[in-house]
Design a protein. Structure first.
Length: 135
């Protein structure tokens, strides 16, 4: 994101909002299960309605893509993230920028999609800097 920890954890500037405040539990391998289906519908719209000043949503992972993008989300995470320019142009108040989940499991994805780091990440950092500077 291109911000230091002081800005990242400043609740007046950046909101970190999970897809579910409900812990989903773990599968047999110890990985987190998907967000529970009842959680986001129970609170997410109310929370976003209480935060009308949000200008940019960094939608991390396919569950966030589905929730924030609806029909703009593509069939796969890769297709959705690859369509980031179109999605940014089609979304306003807030603008939505889709990202993959930052998991160690995505190292292969990052290697196979070098455009993410070279094209999307600089735009993400610039968008965040612009909004944090108030311009």
């Amino acid at each position: 994101m291109g911000v230091d920890s002081e800005i990242f954890y400043d609740v007046g500037r950046i909101a970190i909002i999970p897809m579910g405040f409900c812990y989903p539990g773990q599968d047999a391998r110890g990985s987190d299960l998907p967000p529970r289906a009842e959680c986001a519908p129970a609170w997410r719209a109310k929370l976003f309605a209480a935060l009308p000043q949000i200008e940019l949503v960094v939608a991390v992972g396919s569950y966030a893509h589905a929730w924030h993008l609806g029909p703009l989300a593509r069939p796969t995470l890769t297709e959705t993230v690859a369509a980031w320019r179109e999605i940014m142009s089609a979304t306003v108040n807030p603008v939505v920028l889709p990202l993959p989940h930052p998991s160690w499991r995505n190292n292969a994805w990052l290697k196979n999609n070098a455009w993410f780091e070279s094209e999307l990440v600089p735009v993400l950092r610039a968008e965040i800097a612009r909004r944090l500077s108030g311009h």
